[in-house]
Write a protein of this length. Structure first.
Length: 618
């Protein structure tokens, strides 16, 4: 076998060919690598249009999430053109021109693939989208084909000359159908709008074809899912009945009302797909009952009142008609400002739908012991109330209570027997019924008049007037930035300060009035500095609440108030407190930590107060 020797020149030539082959292989591998890119969407001059174009773009949405090689980047850009065109037409621009380039080369450029293959590894290219919107089309004729009542025609708010915005044209179809159903035409049909563009006139002519169907009423009402709740109660609770005009809004209101009684965790309503021989549509309410029993535990702490711990056991459906009983036991006074431990025991019975819709009968039994700086008290109360909801915004109550009241103040122990007739009117536009949930907007206000006849240590007849209001203002941030305002005033008429039991007098100071001052510490005092109580009081709060991320928030507040021995509020020395708070938001409400300082310290005033609780201060 012959042996072949390779010279130096041949070795060099072989090494060179190998290097070229490796370079080619590396280049081919690089061409398959993801191609990084940036996206520039040219400004169309319309902010909403710019935002919608950006939101529809796969180039934007997938840029970091789904990297692509060069050839796939070109296809991604091509697919965006149709998305952009759909958006533009939905805004009324039917003659728009869309130009997309990559690395300054149009998508139609046959050299674009080669250009991208030559881009150095990990080098980003620019994808530029330029749009000439062209003329804005407007609505021309807006017609409805079909015998449609005038009330439903008015629901079609489109008119000639409006911009031909596709979303509004489609929404008008839904509004027309809703109006027909609200007018009793449960089986009306409205086809998708027939839209024809007139390129010469630059208008869009729209026609809605409607099949009215029969006008119907509500038929038989059935329930599914009832177990412990009596069907007679469920029927009584409904605000609709067979024979009523068919109105989806009233049917939905009836469903919401049914859930509001607290015995159902949810409810849905289904209408039959056709009317019966009498022209009525049967309804079926599917309900899910809540557990009959519930236990809740709550706690709070403040440097003036110490620790309070309470637990409540509830039965939500005592006799099958949503009767509710609540048994509460609370321990109080483990703190620095009270003289000893106390308790608050109560039992409450609620009977909804008492004689009338939206009317509740309530009975309360309570026993309380508390040792405060102002007085020591042991009392037992028996009370009954009739509560009525007048509308979605207004409610009221009237009641009668009898109290056996043993109160000691300044070394004098007295027994009072009190007969009270409290009457209250309240307004609430916040839409929030759970006291632990944040209120974002709206207003709450109440006014109470309570005539009291005292027997025992003193026998005057006096009247307590109290009014309060709070307002909430959302700065367009979906509740993340809220300004909350609170004001209250009270007056005690018909008796002098010391003819009235100490616990019936008016006080300021504490978390409900002026934070930074101890509970009941603002107002007239005895010579030893003990709070004496007042016959008038007023207070106001400004609080700024800011959410931070999803679970945290902060608050800054200023409180001011006064209490005096005159009969009218806004007398006495004004006391002001200010502070900061932290909120930690949980599924059951915000855990609140507030720290406040008095801005005008007097003798015996603490340097600061701390408050911990569940839910906002008001």
């Amino acid at each position: 076998m012959a042996t072949r020797f390779i010279g130096c020149e041949s070795v060099i030539r072989l090494l060179g060919l190998t290097a070229l082959a490796l370079a080619a292989a590396v280049h081919c591998a690089r061409a398959a690598d993801p191609q990084p890119y940036t996206v520039v969407l040219a400004d169309t001059g319309h902010g909403d249009l710019n935002a919608t174009l950006k939101g529809s773009s796969q180039l934007v949405a997938l840029r970091d999430k789904v990297p692509v090689p060069p050839f796939a980047l070109i296809e991604r850009a091509r697919s965006d053109i149709e998305r952009f065109r759909t958006v533009l037409e939905s805004f009324g621009y039917y003659e728009a021109r869309i130009d997309v380039s990559i690395a300054k080369h149009a998508l139609e450029d046959t050299d674009l693939t080669s250009v991208l293959d030559a881009v150095p590894d990990k080098t980003s290219v620019e994808v530029r989208v330029s749009i000439a919107t062209g003329p804005l089309y407007r609505l021309g004729r807006v017609d409805i084909e079909g015998a449609v009542p005038e009330s439903a025609r008015k629901a079609l708010t489109l008119k000639t000359g409006d911009p031909a915005v596709a979303a509004q044209v489609l929404d008008a179809q839904a509004k027309l159908l809703d109006a027909l159903e609200e007018d009793g035409y449960a089986f009306a049909k409205a086809d998708a709008p027939d839209a024809v563009a007139d390129s010469a006139a630059k208008v869009l002519n729209v026609t809605y074809k409607v099949e009215l169907g029969p006008k119907v009423r509500i038929g038989d009402i059935a329930f599914k899912g009832l177990k412990d709740v009596n069907e007679s109660f469920a029927r009584h609770a409904l605000t609709i009945k067979p024979g009523d005009p068919y109105k989806p809004s009233k049917i939905e209101a009836a469903r919401e009302k049914l859930v509001s009684y607290g015995v159902f965790s949810g409810a849905s309503v289904r209408a039959a797909d056709h009317a019966d021989s009498d022209g009525r549509v049967p309804l079926t309410f599917d309900v899910q009952e809540r557990k009959r029993h519930a236990v809740t535990i709550a706690g709070a702490y403040s440097t003036d009142l110490g620790i309070t711990v309470s637990t409540t056991w509830s039965h939500r459906n005592l006799f099958g008609n949503a009767e509710q009983i609540n048994l509460t036991a609370a321990g109080t006074g483990l703190g620095t400002s009270t003289a000893g431990l106390g308790y608050n025991l109560s039992a409450q019975f609620l009977k909804p739908l008492f004689l009338e819709q939206d009317q509740t009968l309530e009975f309360d039994v309570a026993g309380i012991k508390q040792d405060l700086d102002a007085y020591d008290q042991q009392a037992q109360t028996l009370a009954g109330f009739l509560r009525r909801k007048f509308s979605d915004l207004w409610s009221g109550s009237a009641g009668l209570s009898i109290t056996h009241d043993q109160v000691a103040q300044e070394g004098t122990d007295r027994l009072y027997q009190l007969l009270s007739l409290p009457v209250t009117v309240a307004y609430d536009s916040t839409g929030v019924t759970d006291p632990l949930l944040d209120v974002r907007q709206g207003m709450r206000a109440s006014f109470a008049v309570t005539p009291v006849k005292s027997f025992g240590a003193s026998n005057p007849i006096f009247v307590i007037l109290q009014t309060s209001a709070s307002g909430y203002f959302d700065f367009g941030t979906n509740g993340r930035t809220v300004l909350a305002l609170r004001a209250l005033a009270g007056s005690l008429l018909g008796a002098s300060t010391f003819d009235v039991p100490p616990d019936q007098r008016l006080y300021a100071g504490g978390s409900a009035t002026v934070r930074g001052y101890a509970y009941q510490s603002i107002g007239p005092k005895f010579a030893d500095g003990t709070p004496a109580g007042a016959t008038s009081v007023d207070a106001a709060t400004i609080e700024f609440r800011q959410r931070i991320a999803d679970e945290w928030g902060v608050a800054a507040f200023v409180d001011a108030g006064q209490a005096s021995d005159t009969a009218t509020p806004f007398n006495g020395q004004v006391r002001t407190g200010a502070g900061l708070g932290v909120r930690y938001y949980t599924p059951i409400g915000a855990v609140r930590l507030d720290g406040a300082i008095p801005l005008s310290r007097g003798p015996g005033t603490d340097a600061f107060e701390i408050y911990i609780g569940l839910g906002q201060a008001f």
